[in-house]
Design a protein around this ligand. Structure first.
Ligand code: PMP
Length: 419
């Protein structure tokens, strides 16, 4: 009976958010949050999203009918071009199947479900996830019955990419494994491969016949440059890989709660007719999965994104908004690094754990998060003594830092690394 269902633990991130909200301390700081905040720690509605919303509301034709199963066509078409490039041969050749999804989470799920059901190998190959990764990857892939394994990613010593560990693990993985790759702004580390390292990764994936599965939650939000943040995906596609992409518009449009995302399947460039048939067959199966899971996706977020993506003037304004967000985060990275290093220089009398005297990784990491290297016990002191909240792996959301709390945060971190 259902009476035997045990209580599940609370989601750690949502538990952290709850604890923060309940803390009455005036100077408390939320560095757990995975959403952009402005310099006053407030959610930011992108000016271009406000405009699109007005356009939408003044449309006399607007109604609340269902969208098609695959989503709003103007949206899925624009989403394809955004991720693959408007002049992508894959789009031109009709090798891309795109489904609007429940944001990036829904896109990863749809891809996972499709692979679990339709991968030609039985059992389906193991899914390799970076160590560490966005925690939800583990549950999404295991929930559809796929086996998961880890590949090394982060080097605690360099606080950068463990490229050797990554490549050797992918080389040793059974041929045809599914490799989940963060397209840019790796969560939680903020560490991305260089172009040269991406090429090495592609070579190994090719050699072993692995399947690259991209998760792209931060395009444009990471660097402020949409093409730069899509480089890895476009490189793999240009190399003729069969691949798929889970795309989220939560961060780059600030449409978190509206759940606007897309799943793209890109078939390999076989003879054009073959690729098109394959792509059509895949789309037909995705439609059945989508129908049983959500029937059809939510309309509002995709309408907003579609208005912006399909209008050159609004698109340019969006790029400006992206630079506002990524620019503020870059400023906070630099400011935090400078403050920490200045404190260490100013007072060398205390012995600081060697690896914590260097903060260059704060500015070399990109995107929403920085993997600080703070230990679990230091994180605990930050929370209990300083009322600064972050996940226990030492990940901080740079968006939670602003000109009003940056000195306090630097003082607190400096204090815990001396304890
Ligand atoms: N993948 C990664 C790596 C993420 O960081 C996120 C957002 N935290 C997502 C997917 C999906 O987020 P959403 O469902 O809100 O688009």
């Amino acid at each position: 009976s259902a009476a035997n269902v045990p209580q599940a633990p609370e989601d750690p991130l949502f538990g952290l958010m709850r604890a923060y909200r309940q803390d009455p301390f005036a100077k408390k700081v939320d560095l757990g949050i995975g959403a952009y905040r402005d310099d006053h720690a407030k959610p930011w509605i992108l000016p271009v999203v406000r405009k699109a919303d007005e356009i939408l509301r003044s449309d006399p034709e607007l109604n609340h009918e269902y969208l098609p199963i695959a989503g709003l066509p103007q949206y899925t078409g624009a989403a394809q071009k955004l991720i693959l490039g408007a002049d992508s041969p894959a789009i031109h050749d009709g090798r891309v199947a795109t489904f609007q999804t429940i944001s990036g989470t829904g896109a990863v799920h749809l891809g996972a479900l499709f692979l679990a059901k339709f991968h030609p190998l039985r059992p389906a190959p193991t899914v390799y996830l970076s160590d560490p990764t966005w925690a939800n990857h583990n549950q999404i892939f295991t929930n559809v019955g796929l086996q998961i394994a880890k590949y090394p990613y982060f080097s605690a010593q360099t606080k950068g990419l463990d490229i050797d560990g990554l490549l050797s693990t992918l080389l040793a993985a059974p041929a045809g494994s599914i490799i989940v790759l963060h397209a840019c702004a790796h969560n939680p580390t903020g560490v991305d491969p260089t172009h040269d390292q991406w090429k090495q990764i592609a070579t190994v994936i090719r050699e072993r016949g692995h399947f690259p599965f991209f998760d792209c939650a931060y395009q444009g939000f990471a660097s402020g440059d949409l093409a730069r943040d899509a480089w890895a995906i476009r490189y793999f596609v240009s190399q003729g890989f069969e691949t798929c992409v889970a795309q989220s518009f939560a961060k780059n449009f600030g449409l978190y709660g509206e759940r606007a995302g897309a799943f793209h399947w890109i078939s390999a460039p076989d003879a054009a007719a073959t690729s098109q048939v394959t792509t059509g067959n895949i789309a037909s199966q995705l439609a059945i999965l989508q129908r049983s899971e959500i029937s059809n996706p939510p309309a509002y977020g995709s309408r907003i994104a579609s208005i912006v993506l399909n209008d050159p003037q609004l698109f340019a304004e969006w790029e400006e908004d992206l630079r506002t967000m990524s620019g503020r985060i870059a400023e906070m990275r630099l400011g935090l690094r400078q403050r920490l290093e200045a404190r260490i220089l100013a007072d060398s009398s205390n012995i600081i754990n060697g690896s914590q005297a260097n903060w260059a990784h704060i500015t070399s990491q990109i995107g929403m998060f920085s993997f600080t290297g703070l230990s679990e016990s230091q994180v605990k002191v930050l929370r209990e003594k300083w009322h600064i909240y972050m996940t226990k792996n030492g990940r901080i959301s740079m968006a939670g830092i602003n000109s009003h709390n940056i000195d306090y945060v630097a003082e607190a971190i400096d204090s815990v690394i001396r304890e």
